[in-house]
Design a protein around this ligand. Structure first.
Ligand code: GLU
Length: 454
């Protein structure tokens, strides 16, 4: 059975790039009727923060990305990594390295001087038994390194095809650090092995780690999982998506009033060759296969996300919108009207000013300043508004039409600005019934003051 995992490091808020990784894993697992594991990679004590873990989990849940197992936490599995390190030491395929930080730094500088990537030169690989014993007696600090095989390593990537690495790509890398915590590559390999992960689907930034992980699998006589490295997200300038491009975390998009359905749909089709971009979850799952993912970087375009959002604002049940806006069922008709005019929940909230604010948009004021005689309708309008009983928009229109020379189009726009404070919005005839008459009165008075008509 297929088993995949999403393995975030809790060193920041859930980024859309990582969310896409989680989603791709979830879609693949569901399509294959497999299992999905959530694993928190929190062995980097300095950079990890429980608050980030809580936020990542909360945002995954909000998006509806669900897991079958976990969350496992690597920080709670340290004994396992230590035991497996010991197994490699006993087997003679790992060794303790006592090189000091200074020595390693000099080695690094020398490599860089030669124009080579920094690599460990293997000094401690061949230490005699006596020297090791002496160092151990002295309690000299050490790390544990893996004896890399120095053979070319290749694997078939499900998205990119054959990937081969030269024999010297991997040095004797650290598997257990001085504080006896595992390195990233070691913890990942042990977990993928013990958790029975069949497919590792992750970002292309991890390609160069894969040979190390494959070597470790071999050292344990275990078969490595299938690998699939998807492309990374970029901004419109084709540079890696970062804060420079604006919002990047799920949290920020939520605050902007983006619906989860829109974010899931967009992240689910980005970098995929699909016939129809608008797909709800069931269709995303049904049409998903790893080969449908492009190997070249994909642009994350906020404009496109807003397009998806606008579509879902109109598509989802109105009850969900009410929930997202924190409004009761009493507001249903207003929300139904406004949703046609808002791209986000935030814009929708702003549109509620129509019913309880008295601000007039600058565009509205500018418009009026260019329409001669707009105020000819003020007096009859006030009279109608002051009358008792239900007033319909048609009553207003009939009542003012005879008192003005404004063209019909102008008249409707002036009425819209006076009643709603804006130049655009839902059909006036329909929205009018929801605007309290005293709010319209106040708007008119505000405008009269601004134009010194009072
Ligand atoms: N913890 C790694 C990260 O957040 C992911 C490791 C993996 O998927 O192998 O980038």
């Amino acid at each position: 059975m297929v088993k995949v995992r999403f393995a975030p490091s809790p060193t920041g808020y859930l980024h859309v790039g990582n969310t896409r990784t989680a989603l791709i894993n979830a879609l693949f697992a569901q399509n294959q009727k497999g299992r999905f594991v959530l694993r928190i990679e929190d062995t980097d004590v300095e950079r990890s923060d429980v608050a980030f873990e809580v936020s990542i989990i909360e945002n995954l849940k909000w998006l509806g990305i669900v897991w079958d197992e976990g969350p496992y936490r690597q920080s709670q599995r340290l004994d396992i990594y230590r035991a497996y390190t010991k197994a490699l030491l006993d087997k003679g395929v790992a060794y303790k390295c006592y090189c000091s930080k200074d020595v390693l730094e000099k080695m690094r500088e020398a490599s860089l001087k030669r124009g080579e990537p920094p690599k460990y030169n293997g000094t401690c690989r061949g230490l005699s038994k006596d020297v090791v014993e002496k160092f151990e007696k002295e309690g000299k600090p050490y790390v544990v390194r893996f004896k890399s095989s120095h053979t070319p390593i290749g694997f078939k990537d499900e998205i990119r095809g054959e990937i081969n690495f030269p024999r010297d790509h991997v040095d004797d890398f650290i598997i257990l650090k001085q504080e006896l915590t595992p390195s990233y590559n070691f913890a990942v390999t042990i977990d993928d092995m013990l958790m029975g992960i069949t497919h590792v689907i992750r970002g292309a930034d991890h390609i160069s780690n894969t040979p190390k992980q494959i070597m470790l699998f071999r050292a344990f006589d275990a078969e490595h999982p299938v690998y699939a490295h998807h492309s990374l997200l970029t901004g419109n300038d084709r540079k890696p998506l970062s804060k420079r491009h604006g919002a990047t975390s799920v949290r920020e998009f939520r605050d902007m009033g983006i619906l989860k359905q829109a974010l899931v749909n967009y992240l689910g089709i980005i970098g995929r060759n699909v016939k129809n971009e608008l797909m709800e979850e069931e269709e995303l799952v049904r049409t998903f296969y790893l080969g449908s993912l492009s190997s070249s970087d994909s642009i994350f375009d906020v404009g496109k996300l807003l397009w998806f959002n606008k579509e879902y604002m109109r598509k989802i049940p109105v009850d969900n919108l009410l929930l997202g806006l924190g409004l009761s069922i009493d507001y249903k008709d207003r929300v139904l009207l406004l949703r046609e005019n808002a791209k986000t929940l935030k814009e929708m909230k702003e549109l509620f000013d129509i019913f309880d604010g008295t601000d007039i948009e600058d565009g509205g004021v500018n418009y009026l300043s260019q329409v001669e005689g707009w105020d000819s309708i003020v007096a009859p309008l006030k009279v109608i508004l002051a009358s008792n009983g239900d007033i319909l928009f048609d009553d207003i229109l009939q009542g003012v039409e005879g008192n003005t020379n404004l063209k019909k189009k102008e008249l409707l726009m002036v009425l819209r600005i006076l009643c709603t404070g804006r130049k655009s919005g839902p059909p006036l005839k329909e929205i009018f019934q929801f605007i309290p008459k005293d709010i319209i009165m106040k708007r008119i008075e505000c405008l009269q003051q601004r134009f010194s008509l009072l």
